[in-house]
Design a protein around this ligand. Structure first.
Ligand code: SF4
Length: 322
């Protein structure tokens, strides 16, 4: 498998300043040494609680945020070293689908103009080409041309998200970050949008980072799954392996809370309390304050990422000798 992205030792530490003088009084450790590959034409599911750093990772990969350190290699080039001008080409190839279709579409613009905007930004002026691409994309997302003369408020949440997806893919990107793209939608609509993303991935050869806190959706859509906790990847594996042979106590706890997956099994691990503040993360294993298997060394030593089988890695001392 060829890697489209290689993320290496990515850190994102936001300075926290005091209000008056602007002195730095600490940092929010949003991402900590994240290294991950995203393979061509896969959907990599990224799951974790709110505050785990999922969206920050998606935004850093697209260079919508500037990480503190690390590398994001796209097609062999580190995009973090590129100038604003050099990034224009990358922006055509890598796009973001937002969570909230109510906020992401300008209410004053007709759908045609919303879909035309990416062409204007990229200085594409051929009207025939633009019209043909807009008509094609509108069909591809399951709407008809009649919608082009209407405004966003005339559409349901699901239809708006289809339009937002159309705008994200209209310039044929290679890669899309879908950041909680269905969490603002009714449950009845979520499956339609997830199926649309799978169809688009297959028809357009897209590679996708699909971010969600919802494991049942992650299970449905992903080829591989990465689990994040407090700014770190704690487990990554092919989907079937992760759902049948999860090893990290945090992944186990997430999966045990999922009734559809574990309806016949007793609840094994229940984690309590909230995720610690990323401004003051625990020493050692970042999960040790909530882990039922915590050992003395977990409180002082940071576990490595141990590969326990092909493509399955776990950041936990329990897997040290696997
Ligand atoms: Fe739990 Fe220790 Fe494993 Fe961390 S390293 S998940 S605290 S057993």
């Amino acid at each position: 498998m060829r890697s489209l992205f290689e993320v290496k030792n990515l850190n994102m530490h936001y300075p926290v300043t005091d209000g008056l003088l602007g002195n730095i009084k600490g940092y929010v450790y949003a991402l900590n040494n994240v290294s991950i590959n995203i393979y061509e034409n896969e959907i990599l599911g990224l799951v974790g609680e709110s505050g785990s750093g999922k969206s920050t990772l998606g935004n850093c990969i697209l260079k919508l945020l500037n990480p503190t350190s690390g590398e994001v290699i796209f097609n062999g080039e580190n995009i973090l070293n590129k100038s604003k001008k050099e990034l224009n080409d990358f922006r055509k190839k890598a796009q973001l689908i937002f969570q909230n279709p109510y906020m992401s579409l300008d209410p004053r613009m007709k759908i045609y103009d919303i879909l035309k905007e990416p062409f204007i930004i990229n200085k594409i002026k051929d009207k025939t080409e633009i019209d043909n691409k807009i008509k094609r994309i509108i069909q591809l997302i399951g709407l008809n041309e009649e919608v082009l003369s209407r405004y966003p408020h005339e559409f349901s949440g699901g239809q708006r998200q289809r339009i937002a997806i159309a705008r994200a893919i209209i310039l044929n990107p290679e890669f899309v970050v879908a950041d909680e793209p269905v969490s603002a939608l009714d449950v009845s609509i979520q499956a339609q949008i997830v199926n649309l993303l799978i169809k688009l991935k297959n028809e357009l050869n897209l590679t996708m980072l699909f971010i969600s806190h919802d494991l049942s959706i992650i299970k449905y859509i992903s080829d591989r799954v990465a689990v994040m906790y407090l700014g770190e990847i704690v487990e990554i594996a092919p989907k079937e392996e992760l759902f049948s042979n999860h090893k990290h106590p945090y992944t186990q706890a997430l999966l045990n809370a999922l009734p559809l997956i574990n309806k016949d099994k007793p609840q094994k691990i229940i984690i309590s309390g909230d995720i610690p503040s990323p401004q003051n993360p625990p020493n050692g294993c970042k999960f040790h304050t909530r882990c039922p298997y915590v050992m003395d060394k977990c409180k002082i030593k940071h576990p490595e990422f141990y590969e326990i089988s092909n493509g399955h890695s776990v950041r936990c001392f329990l897997c040290e000798s696997s």
